[in-house]
Design a protein. Structure first.
Length: 465
């Protein structure tokens, strides 16, 4: 399996190479040159497979001969043993034809564990084999940082540096990062905001000369192909449980960077009968505007009750555009160049195809709270604010009653206690048992000035031999 860049100028890579790469050298994102497909018979045979087994089936063609089958199997078994539900991704019914796919039973209570638990292990496996060590650097305003740290904490060949804006992430989110013990884990609280942190990461990827010569820099944000790949699995898992391939299902996906829903699009391209993919956004609705008005443009960031979806641009959207433009890398490079300077629109054929594949809904904070309260009243099921946006969009989708709609529940409600309290007056939600001592665990982080040189100096001093 070869991977090619959406902008057509970077060299094609194999799986191992794409794992160790972030952005392509031409500024594009890597995608598989050809997608594997599964026949109806093959999909029918997936019924009853446990999660790691199914993951092996879906992921093997992407990994190709880069990892021997037995080793991959072991990695997948270990990865999904970390989840605290035997079903790994259980389905819960909340209304006549509405289902919730709970993706929050991993160590950090958000769906990002599905990809980052696997990514950490895959990286460590290939690095061990190559006798190579790397540095991971990332900026976080919340969920990604803790999931990346949990995913890498046992990786001997990785030093991970996660920057967060000092005193600007929630206490639960900070503690999920800073209470993980390990010499290779470095939490940096930067005296600035999230954009400052992100700018430092970007600058460091642009000029890596501050690093020792034997270390390369790896990205763990959702431009990393392996993250998308891992997320394809649960679309098959849920659809097959609800009767695919005989019965098509729809998915409603709380969307920020378009990584999660792009995996759903790939599942459909791989043969899974998907009736509809619903892009559910909060007030930061760049994708909803693109689909409804054919204007793709940045607006200023709004802070909402669903902070993990507070984005102005969805970087993975470029991967879809590549397909919508018949995989014409030069056309995508041109679009993105124009997008750097202002709003763009898409050609009629691309728009028509996008609208046939996706629908979209934008959900306000008020509607989010109402949905949390309504679902609680109707079936005593507690949604987190991100998942509530998904359920609201699912209920508004207007799909025929015979189509089951699955909302991806991307976070556990205990991660967002203030939003829950606001939605259901005074309702307290407690952390799951394995995190119940989170507030008494010892924290480790370093507060650093908002200066690139200080951050980079800290990194070079703290990289393990
Ligand atoms: C990251 C995240 C999202 C958005 O996922 P994308 O892949 O960026 O679209 C939604 N909900 C939660 C809880 C998240 O952490």
């Amino acid at each position: 399996m070869k991977y090619i860049s959406t902008r057509g100028e970077a060299p094609a890579l194999n799986f191992e190479e794409v794992l160790l790469t972030g952005l392509a050298s031409d500024g594009g994102l890597y995608v598989p040159e050809h997608l594997p497909t599964f026949s109806r018979e093959e999909i029918a045979e997936m019924a009853g497979m446990d999660y790691p087994q199914l993951a092996g089936k879906i992921i093997t063609p992407f990994v190709d001969d880069c990892i021997p089958a037995d080793d991959l199997k072991e990695i997948l078994n270990e990865t999904y043993a970390e989840f605290r539900h035997n079903a790994v991704a259980p389905l819960v019914q909340i209304d006549a034809n509405q289902w919730v796919l709970e993706l929050f039973h991993g160590p950090t209570l958000a769906f990002k564990d599905f990809a980052l638990q696997l990514l950490g292990r895959l990286l460590d496996y290939v690095l061990e084999r190559k006798h190579q060590k790397v540095v991971i650097m990332g900026a976080t305003s919340g969920d990604t940082g803790s999931a990346a740290i949990e995913g890498c904490k046992r990786c001997h060949n990785i030093d991970i540096f996660i920057l967060h804006p000092h005193q600007r992430v929630s206490e639960v989110q900070r503690r999920q990062m800073t209470t993980v013990a390990g010499d290779n884990i470095h939490n940096l609280a930067v005296a600035g905001n999230f954009d400052d942190c992100q700018a430092m990461v970007k600058a460091s990827f642009g000029d890596r000369s501050f690093l020792p010569e034997d270390r390369s820099l790896v990205a763990v944000n959702s431009i990393n192909w392996a993250r998308i790949m891992a997320q394809i699995v649960y679309y098959f898992y849920a659809a097959v449980a609800l009767g695919a391939p005989a019965r098509p299902v729809a998915f409603s996906v709380p969307t920020g960077n378009f990584g999660d829903i792009f995996a759903g699009y790939l599942a459909r391209q791989m043969g899974l009968p998907v009736e509809q993919l619903i892009i559910a956004t909060n007030r930061n609705d760049v994708l909803h505007r693109a689909l409804t008005t054919n204007t793709y443009g940045r607006q200023s960031l709004e802070h909402t009750l669903s902070p993990s979806m507070d984005i102005t641009v969805s970087s993975n959207f470029e991967r879809l555009l590549f397909d919508l433009y018949q995989r014409d890398g030069a056309a995508i490079a041109d679009l993105m160049r124009r997008f750097d300077h202002g709003d763009i629109d898409f050609n009629a054929a691309a728009m028509e195809q996008a609208r046939s594949l996706f629908s979209s809904q934008c959900v306000s904070d008020e509607e989010t709270c109402l949905q949390i309260a309504n679902t609680w009243q109707e079936c005593e099921y507690l949604l987190d604010p991100h998942s509530a946006i998904g359920v609201k969009a699912a209920l508004e989708s207007g799909l025929p009653p015979e189509v089951p709609v699955v909302t991806l529940a991307t976070a556990h409600p205990a991660k967002f206690p203030d939003a829950i309290k606001a939605a259901i007056a005074g309702h307290e939600v407690s952390l799951p048992l394995h995190l119940s001592d989170l507030f008494s665990r010892e924290e480790r982080f370093s507060v650093l000035p908002n200066e690139l040189a200080a951050v980079q100096a800290f990194m070079t001093e703290n990289i393990n031999a």
